[in-house]
Write a protein that binds this ligand. Structure first.
Ligand code: NAD
Length: 247
């Protein structure tokens, strides 16, 4: 479905991002995965090569909040593969601290990675896509981008902003052949959800009509569809993949 396409996936070292990287590779794409540390980037690349030594994958430890570093990332990918077709803005951090317990800087840290980094990568990638008059930008939103969550207000606030960027840029960049969509995952079994603890996980599981947590692959499949030409008339969409949790 993505034969010959060049993709960048941020937060590609584990969880939803890693599954997306592998799914894109399995569908013929060349993929650059990004993580925050070289060590985890190298580990993810090794894991991929162990599955299939022919995967066309490279990795970068990029500070997504440093615009020079982001420029270098996009430049390096274009230098290697000649273009950039797909950007998946997936790196993100959660937060569930009650407001009264939050320390200074906690809110800003979530907004920085979950919103500013999405903007930074999108801004740089869109320059290449504009020249090609073709491109796909995909963002990882969340089910909490609809109604918020009971604690850790920075996280849902950041995902409301991701939806805003998605819808606004879909309208603005359509004239340049660039589609912009987001996937809003429900509760997905990754390290982020593992960190919530057993009690919270049990409580959450009861709220899901499909009766199970989602798998990272469920989200990767949605990204694959949105990245592919099957979705050529889909833009500005926030696609819920949450087992009807928010329905
Ligand atoms: P995860 O914690 O397993 O992975 C997060 C990824 O982000 C990792 O690859 C990590 O390297 C990267 N990352 C973290 N801090 C970074 C930084 N400072 N700079 C660059 N990269 C950084 O989480 P996940 O569950 O796979 O989450 C991926 C995305 O999905 C996030 O945007 C998250 O908000 C969203 N999401 C997850 C769930 C869920 O239930 N797991 C639900 C809704 C949305």
């Amino acid at each position: 479905m993505l034969k010959g396409k060049v993709a960048i996936v941020t937060g590609g070292t584990r969880g939803i991002g890693f599954s997306t990287v592998q799914t894109f590779l399995d569908n013929g794409a060349k993929v650059a995965l990004c993580g925050s540390r070289q060590e985890t980037v190298d580990k993810a690349l090794q894991k991929l090569k162990a599955v299939n030594p022919d995967y066309d994958a490279i990795g970068f430890a990029t500070d997504l909040l440093d615009t020079k570093d982001v420029k270098k990332l996009i430049g390096d990918v274009v230098a290697k593969w000649g273009t950039l077709d797909i950007l998946v803005n997936n790196a993100g951090i959660g937060n569930s601290t009650p407001l009264y317990d939050q320390v200074e800087g906690e809110f800003a840290k979530v907004i920085a990675l979950n919103v500013q980094a999405v903007y930074n990568c999108t801004k740089e990638a869109s320059e290449i896509m504009r020249q090609n008059h073709s491109g796909v930008i995909l963002n990882t939103s969340s089910m909490v981008s609809l109604y918020g969550q009971p604690a850790g207000c920075g996280y849902p606030t950041s995902k409301f902003a991701v939806n805003g960027l998605t819808k606004s840029l879909a309208r603005e960049l359509a004239k340049d052949g660039i589609r912009v969509n987001a996937v809003a995952p429900g509760v997905i079994a990754t390290d982020m959800v593992e960190a919530l603890g057993e009690e919270m996980k049990a409580r959450l599981a009861k709220t899901i009509p499909l009766g199970r947590f989602g798998e990272a692959q469920d989200i990767a499949n949605a990204f694959l569809f949105l990245a592919s030409d099957l979705a050529s008339y889909v833009t500005g969409e926030i696609l819920s993949v949450d087992g009807a949790t928010m329905t």
